[in-house]
Ligand binder design. Structure first.
Ligand code: XMP
Length: 486
């Protein structure tokens, strides 16, 4: 048995000491960073792979704002793959494999297909797969009552403006504008559909200058996988669907089976970007880095819905965990980033995590209350709230078991429930509107923080950082105090 000589610190235990600053305006700073050694982000924020936080809608919003979302893994491989595809289709100047529907389909079938696929239009094809027309949600809305066949409501091929593969963004923009179109099918010389260009996709880079895009101008997205051997199949399917990064998501990442899985993934998918975690120690970070991860996720128990430290007695306060893990990565000789996962509630926490050496942070409960998180808001005690649950909470664990073995009420006894040892809780958080607004506050705080730290960018913030430990009186003084809040 041994006891460490130094205390473990977390965000509230410290402040950053202000420095002389060359920054004149918050606009003069650069918040870009590395998610992995192969992927850059314009803002250092990731939405957590939790089932109350990140599905496709959140991942789209996060990437549009310059961060990235990691799709949780508590769904079938097919469902997760569908979500990756949904993100990839959400934006990009050309949708490369647009959804099609046979010309012989009915109007009702087209409406159902659009609802299922969550798209506003479908290319209509004839029996040999050639483009026969296009049908959009507007056509279905405005079609005279009694029209039942798709052919009656679609815009037929003869009246369609189309583009050839290889069209540039500017050419597409000009065509869409000239004909006041919303959708422009791309067809090859045999009239086979090769893509779809939408007005919104052509225009969107102007609206989202910070968006996180892949080489084809599609939004980037990450997806979580587990540690069992069968998860290799999930990894392969996710990568084939276009996932930009895999997150090997294990509560205790400094474990033999996790290190082995990183090595296996590295061997089987040498080009894949792979984040591994979670760890909270120098040795843990070093070993995952040596095994071949492209970034290390750090945090054992700092999360708002986590009870791991209470239930098991294990954990490391998050600021210390980040600093130790950064040192561990350095020990490995690899130049890969650390992700601070959990415990971020305020912009100041984000600044401290980055100053401590993390290059991004992962956020769960703060985003669970936003519009883009799965689930609808409910009213509780007169306040609009949304649900958040730890992925090791009782409800999430039982839900997962049910999904794995299929719903069988007879098999689910009270005893089963009693055997679960949860390491997380289920809770509600205030409804917070769109995630972009929450990000504006976080990134605004970060920009101010860079100016207090005399830093033009996150690297300088880390280099310049001097932390000062504070007392409970200092913590009290740091918040608003001795006034009655309006
Ligand atoms: P925040 O504080 O942003 O933290 O809500 C999100 C992170 O918490 C972790 N997580 C858990 N940890 N039991 C735990 O000990 C759980 O049930 C649990 N669910 C999520 C996870 O790392 C997430 O990103």
């Amino acid at each position: 048995m041994k006891i460490r000589p130094s205390k473990g610190l977390t965000f509230e235990d410290v402040l950053l000491v202000p420095r002389r600053s060359p920054i004149q305006s918050r606009r003069d700073v650069d918040t870009s960073t590395r998610l992995t050694d192969g992927i850059r982000l314009n803002i250092p924020v990731i939405s957590a792979n939790m089932d109350t936080v990140t599905e496709a809608k959140m991942a789209i919003a996060m990437a549009r704002s310059g961060g990235i979302g990691i799709l949780h893994r508590f769904m079938t491989i097919e469902q997760q793959v569908r979500q990756v595809r949904q993100v990839k289709r959400a934006q990009g100047f050309i949708v490369e494999a647009p959804y099609t529907i046979p010309q012989s389909a009915s109007v009702m079938e087209a409406a159902e297909e659009m609802r299922l696929r969550q798209v506003g239009g479908l290319l209509v094809v004839d029996a040999s797969g050639k483009l026969a027309g296009i049908v959009t949600r507007r056509d279905l809305l405005l079609a005279p009552a009694g029209f039942q066949r798709l052919e009656e409501v679609m815009t037929p091929r003869a009246r369609l403006v189309t583009a050839a593969p290889g069209i540039s963004r500017e050419e597409a923009r000009a065509l869409l504008y000239q004909h006041r179109l919303e959708k422009l099918p791309v067809v090859d010389e045999n009239n086979q559909p090769r893509g779809l260009i939408t007005a919104q996709d052509v225009a969107s880079p102007t609206h989202n200058p910070l968006a996180t895009l892949d080489g084809r101008e599609h939004l980037r997205v990450g997806a979580a996988i587990g540690v069992s051997a069968s998860e290799l199949e999930r990894a392969a399917a996710l990568l084939a669907a276009g996932a930009d990064v895999l997150v090997l998501d294990i509560a205790h990442g400094h474990a033999d089976h996790c290190i082995e899985m990183v090595k296996t993934l590295r061997r089987q998918f040498p080009a894949a970007q792979l984040i591994a975690g979670n760890v909270a120690t120098r040795e843990g970070a070093r070993e995952l880095a040596e095994a071949g991860a492209n970034a290390i996720k750090v945090g054992i128990g700092p999360g708002s819905i986590c009870t791991t430290r209470i239930v098991t007695g294990f954990g490391v306060p998050q600021l210390t965990a980040i600093m130790d893990s950064v040192a561990g990565v350095r020990d490995s000789g690899r130049d890969i980033p650390v992700i601070g996962d959990g415990g971020i509630q305020k912009a100041g926490d984000l600044v401290k995590a980055l100053a401590a050496g993390a290059e991004t942070v992962m956020i769960g409960s703060l985003f669970a209350g936003t519009e883009e998180a799965p689930g609808s808001p409910v009213i509780r005690d007169g306040q609009k709230v949304k649900v958040v649950r730890g992925m090791a909470s009782l409800g999430a664990t039982m839900g997962r078991r049910e999904a794995e073995r299929g719903h069988d009420e007879s098999a689910e006894s009270a005893e089963d429930w009693a055997k679960v040892v949860p390491e997380g809780v289920e809770a509600v958080v205030p409804y917070r509107g769109g995630v972009a607004e929450v990000l504006t506050q976080l990134v605004g705080g970060l920009r101010s923080g860079l100016s207090y730290g005399g830093a033009h960018n996150l690297r300088e913030l880390q280099e310049n950082a001097e932390f000062i430990e504070i007392t409970p009186a200092g913590i009290h003084e740091s918040g608003s105090h001795d006034v009655r809040k309006l």
